[in-house]
Design a binder for this molecule. Structure first.
Ligand code: IMP
Length: 460
């Protein structure tokens, strides 16, 4: 057994928690590799619903070691609260392991995240205000505090003596907020360290040891490809690398130790926070997706923006993640719509564009070019075999699969584990069918001009 990566192919909230749940039986270790408590994974087991932000969803299975890898930014108080909540509900947390190299989200990071968003009023990123960006910025600036530092109060004090004056200066002078007090911060951090001491280990060694023993390691991405710091819709992104490559830097595996990448996507699109979203629907269909899909943020409770599936970034997402197969979630939510649409290209300034432009201004001007399909009325949530799906639903899934270029192996038709259709074998190390050589990229242009696949019908 080698490692499997689960990665979101859209703007997060694709239902990756359910993928982990489906695979759990074969897995010995589940690793979170990036992000922090900005994430929200919902797992439904029977009548129980678990909403987790930081602890990997593997914690719900006694045979799994849940690991928070070095690439995660950890708010220790959230971690302690989440572990206490799990214990209260009868879920043991003694097995939880946190990387000694993971960076700590300090209280001043949370304060700065909120303050910086407030200052951007009207132009804000729409962050979760959990301190994610400021914590990753300090990591890159080499002034971060790591989990191992919490175990060394003397060294921690010296470090904070150097860092805190600068943080306080920004908080007080730029944002007009209260400063943090050194003694109080050291005391809180030391207390976190003491309580988390049994959980703080070298998780890279742990993961490598598991792989060497032939155990199945699952690396669980948070957020999604379009929120990736490098490959997403910058600057409206998170501050880490949710893509599968992030599993190597943040989870402690080598690229060739990963032999399966499951891309997870919903049958439509959602986005939380600001930023261009070409297929966004502010109409009856958008409300249908919001209400039927319960599209409210797990972390912030915010309404998710909803829209048609955008296939323009799909090939790109499949390629950069080396996706071997796809899990398609929430197909049941589309039931009852008279027509279903897929965005297959953009029209930007009169040109047809088939690739995601990296400029947010161009993306903001993108008008979707849709392919329209017949909808279906039937409730599909009780269906367990692909051939029993209504013909229109089958066709929609087939078209999505053709656009992705890799098999859609699993289709989910409800939140529960049982509400799942195993449609095809899950290949490992599949070859991605590339979109064809399109030249070395176009400097200064929004993308490649040309016709879009499948004779798209423009939206009226
Ligand atoms: P941050 O990660 O809190 O800095 O937020 C940056 C952007 O990522 C914002 O648009 C957030 O709404 C979005 N974001 C962060 N975490 C998630 C998530 O788990 N699901 C969906 N969007 C997220």
């Amino acid at each position: 057994m080698a490692a499997t990566v689960i990665v979101g192919l859209q703007w997060g909230d694709e239902g990756k928690g359910k993928t982990t749940d489906l695979l759990a039986e074969s897995v010995a270790v589940v690793v979170r590799y990036q992000g922090g408590d900005n994430a929200g994974h919902t797992i439904v087991i029977g009548d129980s619903v678990f909403k987790l932000h930081l602890v990997p969803s593997g914690v719900l299975y006694p045979h799994i070691t849940p690991v928070i890898g070095n690439g995660v930014v950890v708010n220790p108080q959230t971690l302690l609260d989440e572990m206490a909540m799990l214990e209260e509900r009868g879920v043991g947390t003694a097995n939880v392991r946190v990387s000694e190299a993971a960076h700590v989200i300090m209280p001043y990071h949370v304060a700065l995240d909120g303050a910086m968003e407030a200052r951007l009023a009207g132009e804000e990123i729409g962050t979760t205000r959990r301190g994610i960006g400021p914590a990753y910025a300090d990591r890159a600036w080499r002034i971060g505090v790591r989990m191992a530092d919490l175990l060394e109060p003397g060294a921690l004090r010296t470090r904070l003596e150097r860092i805190l004056p600068e943080k306080n200066a920004v908080l007080v002078q730029t944002h007009g907020l209260e400063p943090f007090e050194l003694d109080d911060l050291v005391a809180r951090a030391t207390d976190w360290g003491e309580r988390l001491r049994p959980h703080i280990v070298d998780t890279t060694a742990l993961v490598q040891d598991a792989l060497a023993r032939g155990l199945h390691v699952l690396l669980e991405g948070a957020q999604g490809t379009l929120l990736d710091l490098d490959h997403g819709t910058y600057p409206y992104v998170t501050s880490s690398n949710p893509i599968a490559g992030g599993a190597c830097t943040g989870g402690g595996v080598g690229p060739l130790q990963v032999d399966e990448v499951i891309g997870v996507m919903k049958a439509y699109a959602t986005r939380v926070g600001s930023g261009p979203f070409p297929t966004e629907l502010d109409d009856e269909t958008g409300r249908h997706l919001l209400e039927r899909g319960h599209e409210f943020g797990t972390t912030t409770g915010r309404r998710r923006r909803c829209g048609w599936f955008d296939a323009v970034p799909l090939r790109h997402a499949v390629a950069i993640n080396s996706v071997t197969s796809i899990m398609l979630n929430k197909l049941d939510i589309l039931s009852g719509l008279p027509e279903v649409r897929l965005c297959v290209a953009y029209r930007i300034d009169g040109r047809i564009v088939e690739r995601l432009p990296s400029s947010p201004d161009l993306l903001a001007r993108a008008e979707p070019v849709y392919e329209a399909f017949e909808g279906w009325d039937e409730d599909v949530s009780g269906i367990r075999r692909a051939e029993d799906l209504p013909a229109a639903a089958r066709r929609y899934v087939d078209v999505l699969e053709g656009l992705a270029g890799v098999p859609i192996s699993i289709v989910s038709v409800g939140a529960d584990r049982q509400a799942t259709i195993l449609r095809r074998e899950r290949p490992r190390r599949a070859t991605v069918a590339g979109p064809g050589w399109a030249g070395g990229g176009e400097a200064g242009g929004p993308g490649r001009a040309g016709s879009s696949p499948g004779a798209p019908v423009d939206a009226p």
